[in-house]
Design a protein around this ligand. Structure first.
Ligand code: CTP
Length: 445
């Protein structure tokens, strides 16, 4: 009908052709298997919000696993299945993934307090979701391609920019939805509906979170920290006194907001300069969040959230070991480039950025950024082989000479390969005659 055509045109305008083609193929496959297929949830929400989203979630009215298996076979993809939940993931050879779920009555369990009503299975599938804005579905079968299904006034809420739960038991069913609400509120610039807001207040008051496993809190927290700008959501968690769910004595000081904003600025600065460099941006924000926690509290947080040892070490020992470096960078008036290099070498990008977030000293910030943009990339061309050719007997002296060459280069004393050779020769001669060192370091601010 006319409405479907409007939606199809809209999809043509908004979606990459490859995605649109895939959606058509999914619909055709569903019709061949005599079942209905819908693309649902965040993908459709983002289509109407003009935001790109390539996470395709398909709901099949019927057996989703059988559908996924057939579709994968026909298109040369593999699948992973979850028989218990009737779900599957289709994985294409290029790594692209599609989630498939089955809308079937046997998969739904509702709290006894909710009235049992007659519902089609797609409606039931939408009804168990978190917020109205996530309950849109677009049918994909050829005859009905583009039929928009909106049982719960989702379009109106998207237009009004408001976040609402579908029923009063939503946060009882799943308290992590409180975190999701605040994350979506900030990401989309929506407001939380009045009733939904009072349900959140109630969830906090009744502490629904105490039965929530630390692992799930961590997963939600990570999703928040991976947002483009995590700071506003974190501040909303603080508003609702929800940071205590991470740890009862998470230490929040007056610089909290400034720190979070600085973390955004510092990571943005880095990402602009080093587009191709991968590091864990969210980890910088996590460390900022626990900035004032000591080793004991950090360890408790890591245990509670079941954080993997690698990260627990980064957030605990490694993070706290930067204090010493920071205080030197902040206090020592005269430091050569080589001094700065020697202080910071070995620290990963996450830790370098964390240090930049923590310091309020302009001098220290300048030193760290100089290290990260220039010094860490300085290399020398002279090697052990060259020293061998100079008839120097191999031994610990090699690393001493090479280190001295590197330091001189960091300090701007050496420019060419020739300079490096001359410098090394001079060093060797001096060591051989045991002359005292002549300082060649250029002092910097
Ligand atoms: N969902 C839910 N309750 C949760 C988590 C998810 O009801 N605690 C539902 C949501 O309605 C959502 C769907 O499951 O549409 C998929 O969730 P998710 O993968 O988190 O996708 P998005 O809503 O798209 O979130 P994001 O944009 O952050 O990926």
């Amino acid at each position: 009908n006319k409405r479907s055509r409007v939606v199809v045109n809209f999809m043509r305008e908004r979606l990459p052709k490859s995605i649109l083609d895939t959606l058509c193929q999914l619909g055709e496959a569903a019709s061949r298997l005599d079942c209905n297929a819908y693309v649902v949830g965040g993908f459709v929400r983002d289509l109407f919000l003009y935001r790109s989203n390539e996470d395709i979630d398909i709901v099949i009215e019927g057996n989703g696993i059988e559908f996924a298996r057939t579709f994968a076979r026909e298109s040369g993809a593999r699948i992973h299945t979850h028989e218990k939940f009737g779900t599957a993931v289709i994985i294409f050879p290029d790594g692209f993934k599609i989630d498939v779920a089955s809308a079937r009555m046997e998969y739904y369990q509702f709290p006894a307090s909710l009235p049992v009503v007659e519902m089609s299975s797609i409606k039931m599938d939408m009804f168990r979701r978190d917020f109205t804005i996530n309950t849109l579905a677009i049918q994909l079968n050829p005859g009905n391609f583009g039929r928009l299904i909106d049982f719960f006034s989702s379009q109106k809420d998207i237009k009004d920019k408001v976040l609402r739960v579908l029923h009063n038991m939503s946060f009882v069913e799943d308290p992590t939805r409180v975190f999701r609400a605040l994350r979506f509120e900030q990401r989309f610039g929506f407001t939380i509906g009045k009733l939904t807001s009072s349900l959140i207040d109630n969830a906090v008051k009744m502490n629904f979170f105490k039965r929530l496993a630390g692992k799930r809190v961590y997963a939600e927290l990570k999703l928040i920290l991976k947002e483009e700008n995590p700071a506003p959501t974190i501040l909303r968690l603080l508003d609702y006194d929800l940071l205590r769910v991470i740890h009862p004595d998470l230490i929040i000081e007056t610089d909290f907001k400034t720190l979070l904003d600085t973390a955004k600025k510092v990571t943005d600065w880095h990402d602009l300069l080093f587009i191709d460099e991968t590091y864990e941006r969210w980890a910088v924000h996590f460390m900022t969040l626990i900035r004032h926690c000591g080793l004991k509290a950090t360890r408790e947080i890591c245990t509670h959230l079941t954080i993997a040892p690698r990260y627990a070490k980064m957030f605990g020992e490694n993070r706290l070991s930067t204090e010493k470096q920071l205080s030197l960078l902040e206090r020592r008036k005269r430091m050569t480039h080589a001094d700065v290099y020697n202080l910071l070498k070995g620290f990963k990008t996450e830790m370098i950025l964390y240090m930049m977030v923590c310091t309020t000293s302009r001098m220290a910030k300048k030193r760290i950024s100089h290290y990260h943009t220039q010094l860490r990339n300085v290399t020398i061309t002279i090697s052990g082989k060259d020293l061998l050719k100079m008839d120097i007997k191999p031994g610990p002296i090699y690393s001493k000479i090479l280190q001295a060459v590197l330091e001189a280069k960091l300090n701007g004393v050496l420019r060419t390969r020739e300079d490096e050779f001359n410098f090394a020769r001079e060093r060797v001669a001096r060591i051989r005659t045991k002359q005292p060192e002549i300082s060649v370091d250029r002092k910097t601010g």
